[in-house]
Write a protein that binds this ligand. Sequence first.
Ligand code: ADP
Ligand code: AMP
Length: 213
Amino acid sequence: MKIIMLGAPGAGKGTQAKMIAETYHIPHISTGDMFRMNIKNGTELGMEAKTYMDQGLLVPDELTVRIFLDRVAKEDCKDGYVLDGFPRNIPQAEVLEDALNKLGDQIDYAIDVEVPDENIIRRMSGRRACTSCGATYHIEHVPPKKEGICDDCGDALVLRDDDRPETVEKRLRVYQEQTQPLIEFYSKKGVLRSVDGTKDMQDVFKEIEEIIK
Ligand code: ADP
Ligand code: AMP
């Protein structure tokens, strides 16, 4: 099963993608997580990506497509995956389509997690991420057991640099201009499904299960 998660930054794509990955035993592929891992490890790619991420901009396709294609070529992706944060514009969607066409394959579902902009700002300013394992919390909706500490690995939780209010607005604009056109792109292909992302995360997941079961 090959699934794409669509939706604004902070809509809950990562949260739902993790639940899908665990339930259906497929890898969760997040280009954002891959970039953050590269930044943490101080790689050249990470340093270059960071200059764009910190401004709320998309990392250039040349870099993004390369790390994406390397990842999906791995053995664990043979039976499917859930994509979170890729594709983020039409050229990336076309690269994905070409790669799948070569394998005689296609996307099963593009799931749009719909959340209005007002909620998005609250979601992103309350999001806290683990600096080590990438686990995500929310100060109101998904608080860690101990404030500021990751339940999974015990490391520090931080507000992502790109979740600061001044960057969030920019990211929303980039989403509207470059990523939202994917909704029509996948709608025309007949694979678009929408879920109400304002619900409790378990209820959002139930809607997703209804779609993919
Ligand atoms: P995305 O991957 O789309 O950027 P996340 O999955 O990281 O979004 O979610 C953004 C923030 O909102 C996180 O802090 C997360 O814990 C919280 N969150 C996710 N889904 C819900 C939900 N259904 N209700 C309330 N908060 C949520
Ligand atoms: P995310 O974790 O998905 O919210 O992504 C965080 C940031 O990483 C984005 O704001 C972009 O700067 C960058 N990024 C992640 N995925 C992509 C992508 N597919 N194309 C371009 N930039 C990306």
